[in-house]
Design a binder for this molecule. Structure first.
Ligand SMILES: *[C@@H]1O[C@H](CO)[C@@H](O)[C@H](O)[C@H]1NC(C)=O
Length: 741
């Protein structure tokens, strides 16, 4: 290992592993055979086009299938090229400890953003804040900033309570090395004290935490903070009577000043700095959502701590590993390979996912395979949470080889906290950004969907590299959406954003042209063109089934040699995906469930995203037919644990899903009956592939039939959805039989 860092002679702080050469070649060989199969399928479609005269229905259906197979093929080539070179990172934090004294470590600023005290209850927010305050890192070097876009006095008060609790919680964590360091997650899990800790100390702390929870929840419920609270006098007192959360001056309040001795914890040790910020809001000014608040945080922190490393995390994602900062620093501080690393992205992991999750939420293949592949092309994407940034890169610096980071730099211009807060407040005003490069070249990008991803891409285009770090014990845990509606809406938003990017000047192919590797451009485009998969998928799950019902054959007979490429491509592609899933730690049931979710997303979220994007490009107003995501109630989460899909309310997306499911069931039943009645078993030969496809669709849609016919709970498909679906399916199944054959 020492050989790889000949010039400095220091062993590296992280290692990069690639899969064995043999595996890479085997994968290429496999991909080559699938590609050959695809070409044969296309050839078959092109050479066997039925004559138009005999049955124009068959001719049209054939042409459509050909188009769909072309789309799938091209998309598959896109995903394939990305899969070629995964890399896996491992860190060596012991070497970091040996090489750097505690006081030589760089400062770290941690940004937590919240925007809505009802959707993101203050208790959730402060649990996250406490978990990052308790990182195993020198407290003088750690600064936590909470941006509250709702400008809620309740959140500020909760943060103040949390800062008091931290004086007990942090020494407790450090003394007994407790994990995880979100007190809510810890006490929910641990029912006995850690070995060396006395039961009295433990139960006192547990009581304190319960007290904190009760008081914060009751204040959140009433919306009023206690009269006598000393926090009446600060922050919000500068607001006039008519200030609202949409129209108010900026607040910056230093709740704990790490530089002051008087704010030590109960053992007399320093505490991390804790700052509350609510940036100025004005009705007539665009506030740019989370991007705007991150940029305000970058500026506010620059006068208070100005740490060279910035980490940002969503308020519903707590730190599950107190060593994450040191792990991430292994990348930045490596003398040989760390120079050009702009950010280190951790994966997204969920706490509430149950075994054999019905929504296919365990995104193991994404985390264990897709992201390492992006990393292999030199550029993991930035997705807005669980990410460590180099401040300079985030602020727009272009990478150059002779740039050397000064890790010890951290300026505090003044010791006077009032003065500091005043300066910081002026940096969080609406007007500050006017006529500056903020949101364009500096900080997080404005004015495009998925600004996180674009920000990451821009940083890479400036010559920086990014890495993906996925440790066995996860760094951050969040909450997965546990209702179908939420998931579909979320995916519609993402897909729409990705498609818009791909069709705009921010397209990875344009923005990244000659700046990042082609493989990485393609890697970004895999998500970029999700939406376009929707049309061929919808076609494939409806037309062959309808044709089966009507006895129109669209695939080769199984005795024909042309059957081989079809069978090979399907079996090969799906077994490969199953094996990958199993290797990445999913169960077979989870794989099956995630296949169902792919189907649902493609025919609902992606379809509507594509339609909306097209409408917008044509200048027609947006449809706005997304349903609103609701907070899941306790009945719903019980159903989730039992593996029942949550439908519940009327939505266009559910109508599409129910219609496709019903259509396939009808085609299956009547199609089989028709063949037997009219043609006997021999009639199957020409239709076998379609019969199998239809049967598979019926099998995968089982939860939909359950929700349509069998369930009685409030999560079933509402009668209105069933009715509309029946009304669509009925004419579709009756009409064609009369027209032709
Ligand atoms: C979270 O941390 C705990 C230990 O604190 C560990 O047991 C658990 O496996 C971690 N969770 C994940 C998903 O890695």
């Amino acid at each position: 290992m020492a050989g790889s860092s000949a010039s400095s002679g220091r062993p590296p702080l992280f290692a990069t592993e690639k899969p064995a050469r043999v595996a890479a070649y085997a994968y290429r060989l496999f991909a080559g055979t699938v590609l050959a199969g695809l070409l044969l399928i296309w050839l078959y479609r092109a050479t066997h086009l039925p004559p138009r005269s005999s049955s124009s229905a068959r001719w049209w259906a054939w042409l459509g299938l050909f188009a769909a197979e072309l789309c799938f093929g091209f998309y598959w080539v896109l995903t394939l090229s990305v899969r070629l070179s995964p890399v896996y990172r491992r860190v060596l934090p012991d070497r970091l400890t040996q090489r750097y004294k505690e006081e030589e470590l760089p400062g770290v600023d941690i940004f937590v953003c919240t925007a809505d005290p009802t959707l993101e209850p203050p208790m959730l927010v402060i649990s996250t804040v406490l978990s990052v305050m308790a990182y195993d890192y020198p407290a003088e070097k750690l600064n936590i900033y909470l941006s509250d876009d709702a400008g809620s006095v309740v959140t500020l008060y909760a943060l103040y309570e949390a800062s008091e609790f931290a004086k007990h919680w942090i020494p407790f964590c450090k003394k007994y090395k407790v994990e995880p360091r979100s007190p809510a997650a810890y006490f929910a899990r641990a029912d006995s004290p850690p070995d060396i800790c006395g039961p009295k100390e433990w139960s006192t702390l547990k009581e304190m935490h319960k007290g904190l929870t009760d008081s914060v929840n009751s204040i959140a419920h009433s919306g009023k903070i206690p009269e006598a609270s000393e926090y009446k006098v600060m922050g919000f007192t500068q607001w006039s009577e008519d200030a609202t959360y949409k129209d108010h001056p900026s607040i910056v309040q230093v709740l704990i000043d790490g530089n002051k001795r008087k704010t030590a914890d109960i053992d007399g040790n320093a505490l991390p700095t804790l700052v509350y910020m609510a940036r100025e809001k004005k009705l007539q000014e665009h506030h740019h959502f989370k991007a705007g608040s991150l940029n305000a945080l970058i500026r506010v922190s620059s006068v208070i701590s100005n740490s060279p490393i910035i980490m940002n995390v969503d308020c519903d994602m707590y730190s599950n590993n107190s060593g994450s900062i040191r792990d991430a620093l292994c990348f930045f501080l490596d003398e040989e390979q760390g120079q050009d690393i702009a950010f280190v992205q951790y994966p997204q992991n969920f706490e509430n996912v149950v075994h054999n999750d019905i929504y296919g939420n365990p995104i193991n293949t994404v985390n264990e395979l897709d992201h390492p592949c992006l990393d292999g092309w030199g550029g993991m994407c930035y997705y807005g949470t669980g990410c460590f940034h180099r401040r300079e890169a985030l602020c727009g610096r272009i990478y150059s080889e002779d740039y050397k980071e000064d890790w010890s730099k951290a300026v505090r211009k003044t010791e006077e906290v009032d003065e500091l807060e005043g300066t910081a407040r002026s940096l969080a005003t609406c007007t500050y950004e006017h006529n500056t490069l903020w949101g364009i070249e500096k900080g997080v990008r404005y004015g495009c969907p998925l600004e996180d991803v674009i920000t990451g891409l821009q940083i890479q285009c400036r010559g920086w590299r990014s890495v993906y770090y996925n440790p066995a014990r996860k760094g951050f845990l969040g909450m997965a959406p546990a209702s179908l509606g939420q998931i579909l809406v979320q995916h519609k938003r993402w897909t729409e954003g990705f498609l818009q990017i791909s069709l705009s000047k921010y397209s990875p192919f344009l923005l990244g042209h000659r700046k990042i590797k082609l493989g990485l451009q393609m890697g970004y485009s895999v998500c970029g063109f999700w939406a376009l998969n929707s049309f061929p998928t919808l076609y494939y799950v409806t037309i062959p089934s309808l044709c089966f019902l009507n006895g129109i054959s669209l695939f080769p007979q199984i005795t024909s040699p042309w059957f081989v490429p079809f069978a090979y491509v399907v079996v090969a592609a799906y077994s490969c995906s199953l094996v990958e899933s199993l290797q990445c730690g999913d169960t077979a049931v989870e794989w099956w469930n995630s296949q169902r979710m792919w189907l649902f997303r493609r025919i609902s979220s992606y379809l509507l995203a594509a339609i909306d994007t097209i409408r917008r490009m044509l200048g027609i107003s947006e449809s706005g037919f997304a349903l609103t995501a609701k907070v899941t109630d306790s009945d719903a989460s019980e159903r989730y644990k039992k593996g029942r899909m949550e439908f519940g309310s009327f939505s266009l997306m559910f109508v599409i899903i129910a219609t496709v499911a019903l259509l396939n069931m009808t085609c299956m039943l009547f199609g089989v009956a028709r063949v037997f009645l009219h043609e006997g078993a021999t009639g199957f030969e020409a239709l076998l592939v379609q019969a199998v496809l239809c049967a598979l669709l019926v099998a995968i849609n089982f939860p939909v039939y359950e929700a349509l016919f069998l369930r009685k709970d409030s999560g079933k498909l509402p009668a209105s959805v069933s009715l509309v679906s029946f009304c669509i399916v009925l004419p579709l199944c009756i009409l064609p039989t009369n027209i032709q054959i």
